[in-house]
Design a protein around this ligand. Structure first.
Ligand SMILES: Nc1ncnc2c1ncn2[C@@H]1O[C@H](COP(=O)(O)OP(=O)(O)OP(=O)(O)O)[C@@H](O)[C@H]1O
Ligand SMILES: Cc1cn([C@H]2C[C@H](O)[C@@H](COP(=O)(O)O)O2)c(=O)[nH]c1=O
Length: 423
């Protein structure tokens, strides 16, 4: 018997929740006596568009009673799926920390084959006997597939067939933009290989076109003038705006910030996009502000409120889940300055104690970005951003204790600038 499952009907859109931002969970199931489940999908939900490109996880929750013998998932031939599995006892629904690629699995992963390609999970009856023995645990297997942008990510799953089963099966398709990206990158050594691509987004995000048009007007390698360029970095509310304003007055300097004013109108739009798209926007902001730095530093000293180090530190901290120790090791390429980006003369990192930062945040009371909310709620994230800042190289960040009064912080910074830039 064939059954068409109206799985959209059962789609549970679970995006932007505090627990798991941008997670989409789609669920469908078949009842005990349905022998065959054949789901043909075309996902008309436009809100999916901004979830991609991403990876889809197909997670199978299998009960010990399930006599499933074979599953087949059709996907484009070029996509190489990855898999992992774990027992129910280890399962934590909100965080699919899948085991490393290649760990022993009761499943066999078929290689992609010609034509439309076939990739999937096959289980032998012996495996199932081991897995599903009476009273045995229930298992969760997960298959991760790179998806194509837009709704086409669902064409990957054009046909999902479970050819023969007589029991209950519960399948959930979970789209997790960053958790999975992180997992895949870590396990496939593709570290940060493609995070800064914005061009693929133009059909999804019309603003991307306007931003890209601006890039086309940029000279490739703008040169710095003779005046010093000083960047002020730090977590939110560490006093960057306050001190950069004072430095501007004290040094008769030009004050710039990243992202620059010419793209700030689109900042809100991109802040709401998936991480890699938002990052692309911020990365681009640096290249645009570099042009302003090049021009301004011919005329006077330049102070920059955030630059590349912010983009990198926040991106790294967002990508890496778990402990500070999970950050890429010191001297890793993610901490290096991009070769084609104008370098500043001095980068100062303002640090304050967490208690003082909270006091300042409260005193300020502005609308918060997602990162700011994350920083407030998540001390681990804060630690990772700060640690990533400290690992940046060439130029490195020079740390400034910004706990003292505004006047004292300014005095310290002026002295550092004098020492560093007067030659
Ligand atoms: N040295 C200081 N002592 C006490 N309060 C300070 C000091 N420096 C700044 N503040 C106050 O702390 C709050 C945050 O400062 P500020 O806006 O300059 O931080 P910021 O690093 O620019 O924040 P964001 O990155 O979020 O824009 C403000 O209310 C500011 O007046
Ligand atoms: C420049 C830049 C900023 N962000 C994030 C980090 C902060 O939490 C917010 C707010 O920054 P602002 O100082 O108040 O303008 O934006 C980022 O993630 N990447 C960047 O390059």
């Amino acid at each position: 018997m064939n059954c068409e499952v109206n799985w959209l009907h059962q789609c549970c859109l679970n995006r932007n929740t505090a627990a798991s931002p941008r997670q989409l969970v789609l669920k469908f199931g078949c009842s005990r006596n349905q022998r065959r489940c054949n789901c043909t999908t075309a996902l008309p939900d436009p809100s999916l568009a901004d979830l991609s490109p991403c990876f889809a996880v197909v997670a199978f929750h299998l009960g010990p009673w399930c006599p499933l013998t074979r599953m087949r998932l059709l996907s484009p031939p070029t996509l190489q799926p990855l898999w992992g599995w774990r027992s129910r006892s280890e399962r934590s629904p909100g965080s699919p920390h899948l085991p490393p690629l290649g760990s022993a699995s009761p499943m066999e992963l078929s290689p992609a084959v010609g034509g439309r390609g076939e990739a999937g999970l096959y289980s032998t009856s012996r495996h199932w006997a081991e897995l599903c023995g009476a009273g045995g645990p229930a298992w969760r297997a997960a298959l991760a597939l790179p998806c194509l942008p837009s709704s086409s990510c669902f064409e990957t799953f054009e046909t999902f067939q479970v050819p023969s089963f007589a029991s209950e099966i519960f399948v959930s398709f979970q789209f997790r933009c960053f958790e999975l990206e992180t997992w895949l990158k870590r396990n496939t050594q593709q570290n940060f290989a493609q995070p800064y691509q914005i061009s693929g987004c133009t059909s999804l995000i019309p603003e991307a076109k306007a931003v890209l048009d601006l890039v086309d007007t940029c000279p490739k390698h703008p040169k710095k003038g003779d005046f010093p360029v000083i960047v002020i970095e730090g977590l939110d509310a560490t006093g960057k705006t306050t001190v950069t304003q004072s430095l501007k007055e004290s040094l008769n300097a030009i004050l710039l910030r990243s992202p620059p004013a010419c793209i700030s109108q689109w900042r809100k739009t991109f802040d709401d996009k998936p991480n890699h798209i938002r990052r692309a926007f911020y990365a681009l902001g640096n290249y645009l502000v570099a042009l302003e730095i090049a021009k301004a530093s011919i005329e006077s000293p330049v102070i920059v409120d955030r630059y590349w180090h912010s983009t990198a530190a926040y991106a790294i901290a967002t990508e890496i889940s778990g402990k500070v120790q999970n950050l890429p090791p010191e001297h890793h390429e993610v901490y290096q300055w991009p070769e084609d980006l104008l370098k500043p003369d001095l980068v100062l990192l303002l640090t304050v104690s967490p208690e003082e930062r909270i006091r300042r945040l409260k005193g300020r009371g502005l609308e918060k970005t997602k990162e700011e909310t994350e920083l407030e709620a998540n001390s681990l994230f804060r630690e990772k951003v700060e640690e990533a800042y400290k690992r940046m190289e060439n130029p490195e960040c020079q740390e400034v204790d910004a706990n003292p009064s505004r006047e004292e912080v300014l005095k310290t910074i002026l002295q550092l600038i004098k020492n560093h830039c007067s030659s």
